[in-house]
Design a protein around this ligand. Structure first.
Ligand code: MLT
Length: 256
């Protein structure tokens, strides 16, 4: 996919754009980039005008030296939408991309026409998980991104082809992006109470074999907003857009 870039909030934010239809922002997870959606995007080309950013630091985007929060990543997306003249897109966020999308929905509720959370959650980290992220950030600073590649790959998917693809994507990420995002995720707030205020449709897409963020997290969100819709992808792990691209694309069409 051809990349463009804008300057926003002191960084260069890279993004791809493809397809025709209602605007849909596809927000990738950690520690990946917009290529997470490479299998799904061709299947949605006639349904959506897709905007696929590389979040701050990831892919071709640059990062800042000062610490940042998930809400800063959401502000980057607001700047991108302003630049593109898009007022109110639908959003789909995978995992960490879901955290960013929720932060966006909190700050700019009038700018969301519908939200899909793919393999994600609304609650904040438990204290042990938060400590673990700081420890991992330190390990990445000392030993590089390979630390994360080694520990995460097998937990992302049981599918060997998917593992090989995500390994490649993870390996090319910058340590500064991985460290910055780990700290931002550790500091994110609990947004479960926000869900009941949503005036737009919420779609929860989750694999029942997800080892990183269990399916129970989507059930918890469904309980917080009973009007939301759950799509369970049986047999999918944490990377449904790569493991079950067609089913994931069909679920995302519910945002039209
Ligand atoms: C992701 O896939 O984006 C991350 O694993 C999410 C997380 O670590 O909480």
């Amino acid at each position: 996919m051809e990349m463009n870039s804008i300057k926003v909030n002191g960084i260069h934010l890279a993004y791809a754009r493809r397809g025709r239809g209602a605007p849909l922002l596809l927000v990738h997870g950690f520690p990946l980039d917009h290529t997470s959606w490479s299998q799904v995007a061709p299947l949605l080309e006639n349904d959506f005008d897709m905007i696929l950013p590389d979040l701050r630091g990831f892919g071709e985007s640059t990062t800042s030296n000062s610490p940042y929060r998930i809400s800063d990543m959401a502000d980057d997306l607001a700047g991108l939408l302003d630049h593109l003249g898009i007022r109110k897109p639908a959003m789909a966020g995978h995992s960490m991309g879901g955290y960013v999308s929720l932060a966006f929905a909190k700050k700019y509720p009038q700018r969301v026409s519908g939200l899909a959370l793919v393999s994600s959650q609304a609650t904040a980290d438990a204290p042990e998980r938060r400590d673990g992220r700081y420890k991992t950030a330190q390990d990445v600073a000392e030993k590089g991104v390979s630390v994360v590649v080694e520990t995460m790959t097998s937990r992302l998917s049981a599918n060997a082809n998917v593992q090989a693809s995500v390994r490649d994507v993870m390996k090319r990420q910058k340590p500064s992006a991985v460290i910055g995002a780990l700290k931002a995720m550790a500091e994110r707030e609990d947004l479960l109470p926000l869900l009941s205020s949503f005036l737009f449709p919420l779609l929860l897409i989750h694999g029942d074999q997800d080892e990183l963020i269990p399916f129970a997290r989507s059930k918890e969100m469904k309980a917080a907003l009973p009007a939301s819709q759950i799509v369970v992808l049986r047999g999918a792990g944490h990377m449904p857009m790569m493991e079950f691209a067609e089913e994931t694309a069909n679920a995302l069409k519910l945002l039209r």
